[in-house]
Design a protein around this ligand. Structure first.
Ligand code: 6CS
Length: 339
């Protein structure tokens, strides 16, 4: 297995081949896996990154959408082992590996306003200076983090208050702080990998889940729910990283080229998402006209906000001084972009 990995991971070496007497040099192919389909947000980002890398270098990128190499945890392992050069894994899953990444699940921390949100992701020192050190400890070069949209909760019954969550099993990504959040909200959280979610909703093992609206539409989660509620607690965040040994072995020129391609894809993906939530709601209503979409008022959100204080306390308990420092920087970064 080790030898096999080494062969696969030796992708930065150029391979010289002779075809009909003509010597040609091909840079190796870089493999990039993500947690969504090609035409979903992570896939759109990956496609733009590929386009930029291939236009500005002699490297090729091979894309592996969700399902081709396993679940999110599998692609992360493959990236850490050097079988993949690039991986997109959301903090919702990385929180199990890097506890501080769960800061993205302290409810009501990220702004609702898109401009503030985007500026936060553009400028945050927590993201550009603190997180890279934590990812590096896991053999990963953090390249970027970006938002994927306001999180909505789908259920079988209406949810207007924490009391409505009584006995409702809500699927969450596999990180402990999300479990704390849904406990605080009054529900019964059920961590599951993505591949089990639709079936579990269909069979009634769980009755709810949370995701950004585009994902609820593209994965037809409206078929297995009747209500979609925005309690305003979060925006879905994802992260793109490289295997660190691979990245450190790149020439300065290639490192800059990769960084530039990430920057282009980052701006592209923010722009791509403008209006996406509204369009996705329209799509859901067309597909299932009886569906109920509700945005809770500020007053209705208050009990959920009140419950969030205990989630923040749980975050600090789980992550200690390192998490505390990160959370403080996170808040300072958010203050800096507030209008
Ligand atoms: O809920 C999940 O597990 C998935 N949600 C999104 C928006 N992307 C990937 C992730 O696996």
């Amino acid at each position: 297995m080790a030898a096999y990995n080494t062969v696969l991971a030796g992708s930065i070496l150029a391979v010289a081949t002779t075809i009909a007497g003509v010597s040609t040099v091909h840079a190796d192919t870089w493999r990039y896996a993500f947690e969504e389909a090609k035409d979903e947000v992570q896939g759109k980002f990956a496609q733009k990154f590929k386009e930029e890398v291939e236009a500005n270098s002699d490297h090729e990128i091979q894309l592996f959408p969700y399902g081709t190499l396993g679940e999110s945890a599998d692609i992360m392992e493959q990236a850490q082992a050097g079988i993949l050069q690039f991986v997109d894994q959301s903090p919702g899953f990385t929180g199990a590996l890097i506890p501080e990444a769960q800061v993205f699940f302290v409810p009501y921390l990220l702004p609702q306003d898109d401009q503030e949100l985007f500026d936060f992701f553009r400028t945050s020192k927590a993201i550009t200076e603190m997180f890279p050190k934590l990812y590096a400890e896991q053999g990963l070069e953090l390249l970027t983090m970006f938002p994927e949209g306001d999180v909505a909760i789908t259920t079988r019954e209406p949810v207007k208050s924490p009391a409505d969550f009584n006995e409702v099993k809500v699927r969450v990504m596999t990180n402990p702080l999300l479990v704390e959040s849904y406990k605080a909200f009054g529900a019964t959280p059920t961590p599951l990998p993505w591949g089990e979610v639709y079936g579990a909703l269909q069979t009634g093992i769980i009755q709810g889940q949370e995701n950004p609206t585009f994902y609820i539409l593209s994965n037809k989660l409206y078929e297995v729910s009747d209500y979609m509620t925005y309690i305003g607690h979060n925006n879905f965040t994802t992260a793109v990283m490289a295997n660190q040994d691979f990245f450190s072995g790149l020439s300065d020129e290639d490192k800059t080229m990769v960084g530039d391609a990430i920057d282009v894809a980052f701006e592209y993906i923010l722009d791509y998402q403008q209006g996406q939530t509204e369009e996705s709601i329209k799509g859901i209503m067309e597909a299932k006209p009886g569906y109920t979409v509700t945005t809770l008022t500020e007053e209705e959100r208050q009990p959920f906000k009140d419950a969030s204080a205990q989630v923040e306390a749980a975050f600090i308990e789980m992550t200690g001084d390192s998490g505390k420092a990160l959370l403080e920087q996170f808040k300072a970064d958010l203050d800096a972009v507030k209008k």
